[in-house]
Write a protein that binds this ligand. Structure first.
Ligand code: SAM
Length: 222
């Protein structure tokens, strides 16, 4: 039921109470509770169809006493009365995950662990984490066929990251896992193709310079 991506996310869940935002089918909270990774969970979902599927799946697994579905956007579904140990936000773009954290964090009691899995653009997430008083404690990349998924784990703490770390991930840069290197290799080939195309077909020197800098940065990291 649970794909490799969410199984890996589940390994980072800590404590009794999990909040999963954008739960959709609720596979992650169901797996976490069934496997005693979390004692209970709250699922937040803002779209009616996925919310109904959350409710339905919780019921069909007979977990209504341990998993609660709440309808609403982002962190507006939680309040200071909820004692939360881990928040997961997975399978969305980085800018959306970042917006969810920025616009609703005042509803969160304390600083639970955050486990975030952006499908794209993790840069804004890392910036937001620093602004919210979090430091990145772990990161990994999961490869599934042609897709690469980043997972970012953050805990309360002060941190400063330079532009390179915000872009590529401070822990990913340190660990240099093979999936991370493969992801960057593919990105480098992609940017090189864009650059070659621009150099032949475009007079936009600013754009050409921008892509050239991306290529240089990727080559430097690799
Ligand atoms: N988290 C699951 C996973 O990783 O497989 C589902 C990912 S699904 C692609 C994204 C889900 O997030 C959708 O069900 C969508 O309705 C929900 N979503 C998008 N924006 C949201 C928001 N602001 N608050 C709560 N849910 C949101």
């Amino acid at each position: 039921m649970l794909d490799q991506r969410l199984k890996k996310v589940a390994t980072y869940i800590a404590g009794n109470t999990l909040v999963d935002i954008g739960s959709d089918h609720a596979y992650l909270p169901i797996y976490a509770v069934k496997n005693n990774i979390a004692a209970r969970a709250i699922c937040g979902e803002v779209v009616k169809g996925p919310y109904d599927s959350t409710v339905e799946n919780i019921k069909s697994h007979a977990l209504s006493d341990k998993i609660e579905a709440r309808f609403g956007s982002g962190l507006e579904v939680v309040s200071h009365e909820d004692e939360i140990d881990t928040i997961t936000i997975c399978g969305m773009g980085g800018p959306l995950i970042s917006d969810i954290l920025n616009s609703g964090f005042e509803n969160v009691n304390g600083k639970p662990r955050l486990v975030l899995q952006p499908n794209t653009h993790s840069y804004p997430i890392r910036k937001t984490l620093v602004n919210l008083g979090y430091s990145i404690t772990d990161e990994t990349v999961i490869r599934n066929g042609r897709h690469f998924y980043e997972i970012i784990v953050a805990e309360e703490g002060d941190a400063f990251y330079d532009e390179k770390a915000l872009m590529f991930g401070p822990v990913l840069l340190e660990k240099r896992e093979s999936a991370f290197i493969e992801k960057l290799d593919r990105e480098l080939e992609h940017q090189k193709r864009i650059l070659a195309n621009l150099e032949i077909n475009s007079a936009n020197q600013e754009k050409i310079q921008e892509v050239r800098e991306k290529v240089n940065l990727l080559e430097e990291v690799l």
